[in-house]
Design a protein around this ligand. Structure first.
Ligand code: PBG
Length: 323
C-alpha cells in the first residue's frame, strides 16, 4: 500500500511553499555591528571582512543613514581606541569614538536603536577584557570600569547597553550604576553565553583587540559546554539583564534552542565575524552562492530560536528582501 501521506504535495509551487513556510527571515530583528575609530574622514575596509569598515564617527553616521533607510532597526557600536593603557581608560572617555558616534546619531535624529558593546579589550594595551593583576584577568577590579564605560555610553545617549566581557557579576554592577544615575529605563542585552571561539579572528583585526599574551579561556566559555550556557543566562537574568545573547551562532544553534526553550526573554544570536568571513571567502572563490547560503544561515539561526540576529550581512539581506 503506497503511503497516503505525500509531503511533496505542499512543495509543488512557490505560492504553496511560501504559505506553509515556518520561518520567515525579516530585517525586523536585525542588529548591524559597526566599528568606530577616533578622528574624522576615516573609512578603512577590514581585509578579512569585505564590505565592513573601521570608520570615524562622521563616516559612520553616513552609513547609519543607509542602515536606517534599508529598514534595519538597530546598530551595535564597537569602539576602537587611539590611546590604549593598562586599564582601558579611553573606554569611558566622554570624547571617545563610541560616545561621539552616539551623539552624532542622536543629533541627526536617526530612527535607530543604538546599542553599544561594553568591554575593555579594544581599549587595553594588553588586549584583555579586564584589568590584569598578578598576571591574571581580575574579575572584581574590572567591574567598576565596565560600569563607568556603560554609564558614559548612557550619558552619550545609547538605547541599549550590551556587556560582552564575560566577567562574573558585571550585569549587576552595570545595572546598579545605571539605576543610581537615573537610567532605570535603559535595557541591558547581556552577552550571556559567549564562547571562547576561533570565529572572532576577523573581529580582532577590525577592533585591533587581540590579546597580547595568553587567551580568553579563563573568562569566555568552553565550546564544549551547553548546560553551563543555561547557568550563565540564568545568572545574567537574576542580575537584571533584559535580553540575552548566544555567541557565536552557527556552532551553537543547539544552545540558542535550549536558551529559547528555557527562558521567556528575548534571545539574540551573534553571527560573528569569522562566520561572515568564511562565506565571503567562499563566494569570492566561486564556491558558494552568496544570497542562497546567507539566507539559509540566517533562516537556521532564526529557526533555532533567535528573536534578534547580529549580522554583518544585514544590509545585503535588507536589499535582497526589498528587491
Ligand atoms: C569583545 C567582543 C568580541 C566580539 C564582540 N565583542 C571579540 C572577542 O571576544 O575577542 C566578536 C564579534 C565578532 O567576531 O564578530 N569585546
Amino acid at each position: 500500500m503506497f503511503p497516503v501521506e505525500r509531503p511533496r504535495r505542499l512543495r509543488r509551487t512557490e505560492a504553496i511553499r511560501g504559505m506553509v513556510r515556518e520561518t520567515r527571515v525579516s530585517t525586523r530583528g536585525f542588529i548591524y555591528p559597526m566599528f568606530v575609530c577616533p578622528g574624522s574622514g576615516v573609512r578603512v575596509e577590514i581585509s578579512s571582512m569585505p564590505g565592513v569598515y573601521r570608520q570615524s564617527a562622521d563616516k559612520l553616521l553616513e552609513e547609519c543613514r543607509e542602515v536606517e533607510s534599508l529598514g534595519i532597526p538597530s546598530v551595535m557600536l564597537f569602539g576602537i581606541a587611539d590611546q590604549k593603557d593598562e586599564r582601558g581608560s579611553e573606554a569611558w572617555s566622554p570624547t571617545g569614538a563610541v560616545q561621539k558616534a552616539i551623539e552624532g546619531i542622536r543629533r541627526a535624529k536617526l530612527n535607530l536603536v543604538v546599542m553599544t558593546d561594553v568591554c575593555l579589550c579594544e581599549y587595553t594595551s594588553h588586549g584583555h577584557c579586564g584589568v590584569i593583576e598578578k598576571g591574571e584577568v581580575a574579575n572584581d577590579a574590572t567591574l567598576p570600569l565596565l560600569a563607568d564605560e556603560a554609564l558614559s555610553h548612557a550619558r552619550a545617549g545609547a538605547d541599549v547597553i550590551a556587556p560582552s566581557d564575560m566577567m562574573d557579576g558585571r550585569v549587576a554592577a552595570i545595572r546598579r550604576a545605571l539605576d543610581a544615575n537615573g537610567f532605570t529605563e535603559l535595557p541591558i542585552l547581556a552577552y550571556a553565553a559567549k564562547y571562547c571561539s576561533g570565529f572572532y579572528g576577523p573581529f580582532r583585526e577590525a577592533a585591533q583587540s587581540a590579546p597580547q599574551f595568553g587567551d580568553r579561556r579563563s573568562y569566555q566559555m568552553d565550546p564544549a559546554n551547553g548546560r553551563e550556557a543555561l547557568r550563565e543566562v540564568e545568572l545574567d537574568l537574576e542580575e537584571g539583564a533584559d535580553m540575552v545573547m548566544v555567541k557565536p551562532a552557527l556552532a551553537y544553534l543547539d544552545v540558542i534552542r535550549r536558551v529559547r526553550e528555557r527562558f521567556d526573554v528575548p534571545v539574540a544570536a551573534y553571527n560573528v565575524s569569522g562566520e561572515y568571513a568564511m562565506v565571503k571567502a567562499a563566494v569570492r572563490n566561486g564556491w558558494l552562492e552568496e544570497q542562497r547560503v546567507v539566507m539559509e544561515i540566517l533562516t537556521g539561526i532564526q529557526r533555532a530560536g533567535a528573536d534578534m540576529i547580529l549580522t554583518y550581512h544585514a544590509k545585503d539581506v535588507a536589499r535582497w528582501l526589498k528587491a
